[in-house]
Design a protein around this ligand. Structure first.
Ligand SMILES: [Zn+2]
Ligand SMILES: [Zn+2]
Length: 265
């Protein structure tokens, strides 16, 4: 049976301060790894967002969406489906939001102040879907866990940037509240992580994705966790040389795919 690999949690350098690969590079890298669909979920205004928060709202939103747009542009050329999402932050808790678009963000400057319950109401009212991301994430700047089962549709059960223990808790939490689960890499660069979802059907629109999760269709969560021990020390020059080589390889791979697609048209 054919399986389609979906990345549901991905950051770009244009939208996220912690992202270090452009939307274009993200599309090339994930395509080369065999993903058929990626959903760009950059950190929005209250999270680790890239554009200046002092910008006029419309301009902020334009810059925020540019990572997705660059990924989509490259995706269209090479045959990778690129969909839009965002990751919002409320007092340290994060939510992956799917099914909305740039115009919706522009019309909702008030979302900078929304509580999870207000956000849920608005997102739902307009056909969106809200997933609690890595509910048991731990970090030096977090002082607890903010869980909002009444105001989320699903739970990210496996986040490849969390340890197995943290993901086990997330799976437990989803089961406690009978929520469907998602999985994602929470990927910020071009290096391979390999997380996400395996679907027996292609996911071509964000509605395809939302319906798959909501209806608990026959999809599979990819089990990848962060090792308990972080690798030691800052990367050396050889690491950066490797990255440059990798970038050249994935660009060549993507160019070849784009040429083939053009010929077929
Ligand atoms: Zn991040
Ligand atoms: Zn994230």
């Amino acid at each position: 049976m054919a399986q389609y690999k979906i990345e549901t949690h991905l950051h770009t350098a244009e939208g996220s301060k912690c992202g270090w690969a452009t939307g274009c590079e993200q599309a090339e890298a994930r395509f080369m790894e065999g993903y058929s669909t990626i959903i760009v979920t950059d950190h929005f205004f209250r999270g680790n967002t890239r554009p200046e928060r002092s910008l006029p709202w419309e301009e902020y939103v334009e810059q925020f969406c540019s990572g997705y747009e660059h990924a989509k542009e490259r995706g269209d050329e090479i045959g990778l489906t690129v969909l839009f999402g965002l990751e919002d932050n409320y007092q340290g808790s994060e939510f992956l939001i799917y099914g909305l678009d740039k115009d919706w963000l522009k019309k909702n400057p008030g979302m900078r102040e929304w509580t999870p319950w207000q956000e849920y109401e608005h997102v739902h009212g307009d056909g969106g879907y809200m997933v609690q991301a890595h509910p048991f994430r731990e970090a030096s700047y977090l002082f607890g866990f903010g869980l909002y089962p009444m105001f989320t549709d699903a739970v990210e059960g496996i986040n490849a940037a969390q340890t197995k223990a943290m993901n086990d808790r997330a799976v437990w939490y989803a089961k406690q509240f009978d929520k469907p689960m998602t999985a994602g890499s929470d990927i910020h660069g071009i290096s391979n992580v390999g997380g996400g979802i395996l679907s027996p059907h292609p996911i071509r629109t964000i509605e395809d994705y939302i319906n798959m999760i909501r209806n608990r269709e026959d999809y599979e969560l990819i089990e990848i966790h962060r090792p308990d021990k972080a690798p030691g020390g800052p990367p050396g020059a050889d690491y950066f040389a490797k990255i440059e080589k990798q970038k050249a390889e994935m660009k060549a791979f993507a160019d070849a795919a784009a040429a083939k697609l053009r010929e077929g048209r």
